[in-house]
Write a protein that binds this ligand. Structure first.
Ligand code: SAM
Length: 329
């Protein structure tokens, strides 16, 4: 059996790498209610260690990497690291997820380093609301970062919107309309309960079906066929729109049967499923000078631990120990 096929015949080819647990925002749905526990610097994998894990992953069939966090752009020398990842010949796709706050200054360097696909998180177009959701008054920085990403040539530019009732459901039309005149992919993400003290409540959750029917008031949404490297988003387009609408429905429509993902946390754990805490520690072996072969074995172990599906069910939402910022979104 190929090293990246799991017990349920899924081919694991996508690694999401968190380069830090630090973030320059404090989003209400991402950070814990109580004390924020950040990792000591020594707990975080060095770039060299991360590269070793990625290379072992490529030897086990990883072909796609997304760099995330925390906020990846806050880590020092991130662009140099991006360039090293982009030089790994086996990788067919390297992308970044960012909140966009620092993007205006870094977009060109990141693009020149070899990353051309970017996801920018933006839940609202209203400055005041942005500050309420994220704790910081920096909507303009993000908006300018988004424009700069377009100017330097990122494609696609995906805008991630976490849909939360009573928070941004009054703006779904405006957000979706960004995809009409611009080539943006606006993706609505179902609000998930992540971390044992998350603020998730059933009343705040909105299913993708409900969002979709709200958006159909703008005009019909035409389904787009899935492409090879597609993630879990169901893709649609408004008539003659330049961009797309996506729905990521981790709760209402499990995409577990087609899940191809593995995660590497900033503290060096291979996490087989977003919602499962059965991680495999790669940091201790790395610091004990393990071989590339050992790292490949750890990858295989993590792939073997992938659950058939996550256990999160409505209406309780489920939970796992780590919050999103500590896993890598
Ligand atoms: N700082 C970067 C950013 O903001 O895009 C990357 C990390 S962030 C944890 C990655 C993504 O996870 C963001 O799009 C964020 O909105 C999403 N996210 C965080 N908590 C979430 C939750 N409880 N439910 C759904 N999405 C969540």
């Amino acid at each position: 059996m190929a090293p990246n096929i799991d017990h349920y015949n899924r081919r694991i080819s996508y690694l999401r790498v968190s380069v830090t647990d630090r973030c320059n925002l404090r989003c209400i749905y991402c950070l814990p209610v109580k004390d924020l526990k950040l990792l000591d610097h020594a707990e975080i994998l060095s770039y060299e260690e991360i590269l070793d894990v990625i290379i072992a992953g490529t030897e086990c069939g990883i072909r796609k990497v997304r760099l995330t966090g925390g906020e990846p752009l806050v880590r020092r020398n991130f662009v140099r690291f991006v360039a090293s990842v982009c030089r790994i010949p086996e990788l067919e796709d390297v992308s970044i997820t960012t909140n966009g706050v620092l993007l205006k200054e870094r977009a060109k360097e990141i693009f020149d380093a070899g990353v051309h696909r970017i996801n920018i998180s933006l839940d609202t177009l209203n400055r005041l609301k942005y500050a309420k959701i994220t704790g910081y008054n920096c909507f303009d920085e993000v908006w300018e970062g988004l424009q700069e990403a377009e100017v330097v040539g990122f494609s696609p530019i995906k805008i991630n919107v976490v849909a939360i009732r009573g928070v941004n459901d009054d703006e779904f039309h405006q957000l979706a309309e960004l995809s009409v005149k611009k080539p943006y992919h606006v993706r609505f993400i179902e609000y998930m309960s992540i971390g044992h003290d998350s603020k998730w409540k059933h009343e705040k959750y909105i299913s993708s079906d409900e969002i979709k029917s709200k958006l159909e008031a703008i005009g019909p949404l035409h389904k787009i066929q899935r492409a090879t490297h597609d993630g879990p988003a169901e893709r649609y387009r408004f008539e003659s729109a330049k961009g797309e609408i996506g729905f990521i429905s981790a709760l209402s429509h499990h995409f577990c049967p087609s899940c191809n993902r593995m995660r590497l946390t900033a503290d060096g754990k291979l996490r087989p499923c977003l919602f499962a805490d059965n991680e495999v520690d790669a940091k201790t072996p790395l610091r004990n000078k393990c071989t590339q072969q050992d790292l490949k074995e750890l990858f295989r172990e993590a792939i073997a631990r992938k659950p058939r599906q996550h256990h999160v069910r409505m209406p309780d939402g489920g939970e796992c120990l780590r919050p999103m910022y500590a896993i890598g979104g």
